[in-house]
Design a protein around this ligand. Structure first.
Ligand code: PGA
Length: 245
């Protein structure tokens, strides 16, 4: 893993935005894997600005979001699809048919997960997967557990994960769905390159364990150690418990 420690959240967002810009410049039909959450908000703003300034043309780019709440329609204000529309999709020239999302209203969750895996393969696989990390070490909705699902699956959310998503639901934890559809760790690890992004003190323990601890499903992000091309973008606070620096 190549670890880059930057001064603050702004510098992290700038560095990742430059990475995305370079990927699209090199390959205009890049397939991106995209996360939601607080961490990528600034990054998406920079990508919108880069598009407005004529530096990024998204017209041939494809996107696959990591996860979606199960039971929510795409246009629900709390859905990850709505989050993406607000922060990125509505503002750039992505072709609608190249935006891929898990359908939270699918009756047959397993069939929907299989459809998503097939769509990723059909698009040629994910070139660059952008990832956040939970304070508990989750990636996507792959929560710490004795075992993990390799492929896209229906996941149960931990109470802490539901709490950290409450802002999307007017602060009401009870309103946060208990389940989500999520790429599995195998789906994530099949990406050609991965950029893990973490900012703030609250992520410092998870980052130290994920990067320097043993590879274990109890710390899902530690599985990224198995991938040959991972860049980790950290601010000083998120890097503060790493011993090797
Ligand atoms: P956050 O979420 O960016 O809101 O901290 C990251 C995650 O839980 O994956």
């Amino acid at each position: 893993m190549r670890v880059r420690v930057l001064t603050d959240e702004k510098a992290v967002a700038r560095a990742v935005a430059r990475r995305v810009e370079a990927a699209i410049r090199e390959r205009p039909a890049t397939v991106l894997g995209l996360p939601t959450g607080r961490t990528p908000v600034r990054l998406y703003r920079l990508l919108r600005e880069a598009h407005l300034a004529g530096r990024i043309d998204f017209s041939r780019v494809s996107t696959f979001n990591l996860d979606e709440f199960y039971g929510l329609p795409a246009d629900h204000p709390g859905s990850y699809r709505t989050f993406m529309e607000t922060h990125l999709f509505a503002h750039v020239n992505l072709s609608r048919r190249r935006i891929h999302f898990l359908d939270g209203t699918a009756k047959d969750a397993d069939a929907e997960c299989r459809r998503y895996e097939r769509a990723i393969v059909k698009a040629g696989g994910i070139d660059l997967m952008l990832l956040g990390i939970g304070a508990n070490g989750h990636i996507g909705f792959n929560e710490p557990a004795a075992s993990l699902s390799a492929d896209t699956h229906l996941a149960r959310l931990e109470p802490g994960t539901r709490r950290s998503n409450a802002t999307l639901f007017g602060g009401r934890v009870q309103a946060v769905p208990r389940e989500a559809l999520s790429m599995g760790v195998g789906t994530i690890l099949r990406s050609r390159a991965i950029a893990l992004i973490a900012t703030g003190e609250g992520k410092a323990d998870a980052i130290a364990q994920a990067l320097e601890g043993p590879v274990t499903t109890r710390m899902p992000a530690s599985l990224l150690q198995l991938h040959p091309d991972v860049e980790v973008y950290l601010d000083r606070a998120a890097a503060s418990r790493l011993t090797a620096r």
